[in-house]
Design a protein around this ligand. Structure first.
Ligand SMILES: [Zn+2]
Length: 458
């Protein structure tokens, strides 16, 4: 079970930026390392060797002094190192709407509560400050990469670049007029201009993010399929989220949303289908045959009583499943550790099988599975030679997570986000002993209170 990793991944990905430094310059050691390269496999008393932004080796701690005697060494006793968590679906700046409206059905919640407030308040500073707030929460809970689906991507990109987290920016497309755009073409044009500006960033990747089949017309979706194939960018879309969505689409179009998506060529390895709580057997086969990815948001689905994504069936058919928190307005947090536990427990309950979504499968979905869905699997998602140094450490030396028979079990079934200690993205330390290094918590709290006052007094 604790076999050493024979390091070596051939990295062939344009997104991977070569490190400026060629010599190893930092070693991080811990009691356990979970590389996520083999099922139920971890290393004990190992160390990760970094060179700038990249992982260059994994070695037993006993070899550090002979192989790398002079190198800066961070020793994390009682801790576990693993790839940073990947939140494959959220709406970052919605952190500023956390707890504004709860306990309603999706349609009513969106149309009567959320959209009017967004209409009144979303602007550059709402997005920038809300995204900063989200990034602070993401880093503090061990997330090193998030897929964001929200308005004004230049402000999201700005917050990401300044803080050093990694993000996949969804270029949101909606037919309706918003504070940001007049129509779908406007969304596409503005999204692509931000993509052009940041496409060489080592922290940012992009995808198209049409909101849903019921808010974006078929011809717009067809255009996005064409563009995504042309630019080799994923498409992320909310789909089959609730029974109401399916019924009203059937009433208007006489087919289910996924039939339309299949007809226009949307089902492909570039598709990230978010939610998918309403799936029949044929649709599960379509997802599997096409290589589409499903983004599972269990807490949002439970809170809005949307339904249950059949994760066990999807995985058994070979569909890659990733995990997302959805926005803090419908969750109400961006806590991927808690989300993993919900995903695993819900899969067991809904399938009536305790063997469903095991601890390792869950951790895989929240790391390597997320990387694969976002097209970043050659860059992040596992701890291997050649991958980016996106690493987190979790302190297991606590009453709540001792004794450790299996560190994977402790992370998924027992740990909390408060135990996340250190976070590195691209080799840069962004969280140290639970403290943010590139964001000021006091400023973020102050900003949140100011937005709260404005929104309450609207
Ligand atoms: Zn969402």
């Amino acid at each position: 079970m604790k076999k050493p990793v024979t390091a070596g991944t051939n990295v062939d990905n344009n997104n991977t930026k070569p490190s400026e430094k060629v010599e190893p310059d930092h070693i991080i050691s811990a009691d356990w390392i979970i590389p996520m390269t083999q099922v139920d496999h971890w290393l004990e008393k190992y160390a990760i060797v970094l060179s700038g932004s990249q992982i260059v080796d994994l070695i037993p701690q006993s070899e550090i002094s002979s192989q790398y005697p002079e190198i800066n060494h961070t020793c994390l006793s009682g801790q576990v190192l693993m790839p940073g968590l990947i939140n494959a679906h959220c709406h970052g700046a919605m952190n500023l709407l956390r707890g504004l409206s709860d306990d309603l059905p999706l349609k009513q919640w969106l149309e009567q509560e959320i959209w009017p407030v967004e209409g009144q308040f979303v602007d550059d500073s709402f997005i920038y400050q809300g995204t900063q707030h989200a990034i602070a929460e993401l880093l503090r809970s061990g997330t090193t990469c998030f897929q964001d689906m929200y308005f004004i991507p230049e402000q999201i990109a700005r917050a990401v670049q300044e803080t050093g987290i990694r993000a996949s920016i969804g270029m949101v497309v909606m037919d309706m007029k918003t504070n940001w755009t007049n129509n779908a073409q406007d969304c596409i044009d503005q999204g692509l201009s931000v993509f052009d500006q940041y496409k060489h960033s080592s922290l940012l990747s992009f995808n198209f993010a049409p909101h849903a089949p019921y808010t974006v017309a078929k011809n717009t979706l067809e255009k996005l399929v064409m563009l995504s194939n042309e630019l080799n960018l994923p498409v992320q879309i909310h789909a089959h989220e609730t029974r109401d969505e399916i019924e009203s689409f059937l009433n208007t179009h006489s087919i289910r949303p996924m039939t339309m998506m299949k007809e226009i060529g949307m089902l492909s390895p570039l598709l990230n289908a978010v939610h998918m709580t309403q799936l029949n057997e044929t649709e599960i086969e379509w997802l599997a045959e096409s290589g589409s990815h499903v983004i599972h948001c269990p807490q949002s689905n439970m809170k809005l009583a949307s339904g249950t994504c059949p994760v066990t069936k999807l995985i058994n058919q070979g569909v890659n499943v990733a995990i997302g928190t959805d926005g803090a307005a419908s969750n109400n947090d961006l806590d991927m550790i808690d989300e993993m536990r919900s995903a695993s427990l819900l899969a067991k309950l809904s399938s009536e099988k305790p063997t469903s979504l095991t601890a390792y499968q869950t951790l895989f979905a929240a790391t390597a599975g997320g990387a694969k869905a976002l097209g970043l699997q050659n860059q992040i998602g596992t701890l291997e030679k050649g991958k980016a140094a996106d690493i987190i450490s979790i302190n297991l030396n606590t009453i709540e997570t001792q004794p450790v028979y299996n560190p994977v079990s402790q992370i998924v079934y027992a740990a909390s986000r408060n135990q996340v200690s250190h976070v590195w993205v691209n080799g840069k330390l962004l969280l140290e002993k639970g403290n943010l290094k590139t964001l000021n918590s006091d400023t973020i709290l102050q900003q949140a209170q100011q937005w709260r006052d404005r929104i309450v007094n609207r």
